[in-house]
Design a protein around this ligand. Structure first.
Ligand code: PGA
Length: 307
């Protein structure tokens, strides 16, 4: 079969998204260029790889087989890249770091501090939700992930390195902001909450906390962004539950307050995570040592985060 790596890469992207348009966007190509390469791959295979039902495309049986092989070949190529990077050493490496949305601000600061030490290295920082982080780990699409607690049944190396307290935030004029002493949990039953999307670590932790205490919260706006939660709470649209690491100037400026609620903060931890058996490139190893070592701890303690 005469096929090229390029055709396989393009096909893998179309098959993963089940969309020519999204694959073209991901690969910065035009849609006709992607379609043409996939057609050439179908010619080489002698079988159709996609079928169209209504407006959607689906993988045929041959397409599913091709997809499995394309993924495996992609992973082998990534491993080859990692091995070559190890041979070049830290100074010429590329670090692929992926972090949970909530870890964005401190992770960017840590990465900036780390990057000053190694000239000639390059970095990519992907800020995304928990589900995508787990997919990236499973598909070897990243070197190191910073996230809340990953599932225990996955084959991962997991190193906790910092607390991640979740707090309840309110507009300073909210009646609960004037409450003297801890606010009983049941007082939150009548409040509306602006919440993160269901796949986020914050949302999962918050639902577990209230679920275990038999409390059903009223949810209003749902958003994938911590900033949107803060803006909505500032606009008086309800209360929010966010990691303390997402709060910075809003508290100093008096735009938001943290409520003293019974049982809060919900205590979680940040973890550095990578796949068991992954050969970490030297630059990724250096980053792991930096983040979990003395220097990283010092920087994290002194990052501009209220305690
Ligand atoms: P997230 O944060 O809510 O941005 O997914 C990660 C986590 O706390 O697990």
């Amino acid at each position: 079969m005469h096929l090229t790596l390029r055709q396989l890469t393009l096909f893998e992207s179309v098959a993963r998204h089940l969309s020519y348009t999204r694959a073209a966007e991901e690969l910065h190509l035009s849609q006709p260029a992607v379609s043409m390469q996939v057609r050439q791959l179908e010619d080489a295979a002698g079988l159709p790889l996609f079928e169209k039902m209504g407006k959607r495309i689906h993988l045929t049986e041959a397409g599913q087989e091709m997809f499995n092989y394309a993924r495996r070949i992609g992973q082998e190529l990534q491993e080859l890249d990692d091995v070559m990077a190890s041979l070049k050493g830290v100074q010429r490496g590329h670090l692929r770091l992926s972090v949970a949305t909530t870890a964005n601000s401190f992770a960017t600061r840590i990465l900036a501090a780390f990057s000053h030490r190694y000239e000639g290295t390059t970095y990519s920082l992907d800020v995304t939700n928990r589900k995508t982080l787990l997919d990236q780990l499973a598909n070897n699409e990243t070197d190191i992930v910073i996230m809340g607690k990953p599932p225990e049944d996955a084959d991962l190396v997991v190193q906790p390195f910092m607390e991640n307290p979740l707090v309840v935030i309110a507009h300073p004029d909210h009646p609960l902001a004037a409450h003297v002493g801890p606010i009983p949990l049941k007082a939150l039953r009548s409040e509306t909450f602006v919440v993160r999307e269901p796949d986020s670590g914050t949302r999962i932790a918050m639902e577990r906390f209230f679920g275990e205490r038999g409390i059903q919260l009223k949810t209003g706006i749902e958003t994938t962004s911590n900033s949107a939660i803060k803006h909505a709470v500032e606009a008086g649209l309800g209360l929010g539950i966010v990691s303390i690491h997402t709060l910075d100037l809003e508290l100093e400026a008096g735009a938001l307050v943290v409520l003293d609620v019974e049982g809060f903060p919900i205590l979680r931890h940040w973890h550095l995570v990578y796949c068991q058996g992954k050969r970490l490139p030297p630059i990724a190893k250096a980053f792991q040592e930096f983040l979990t070592g003395e220097e990283g701890r010092y920087l994290l303690r002194h990052a501009k985060t209220p305690r």
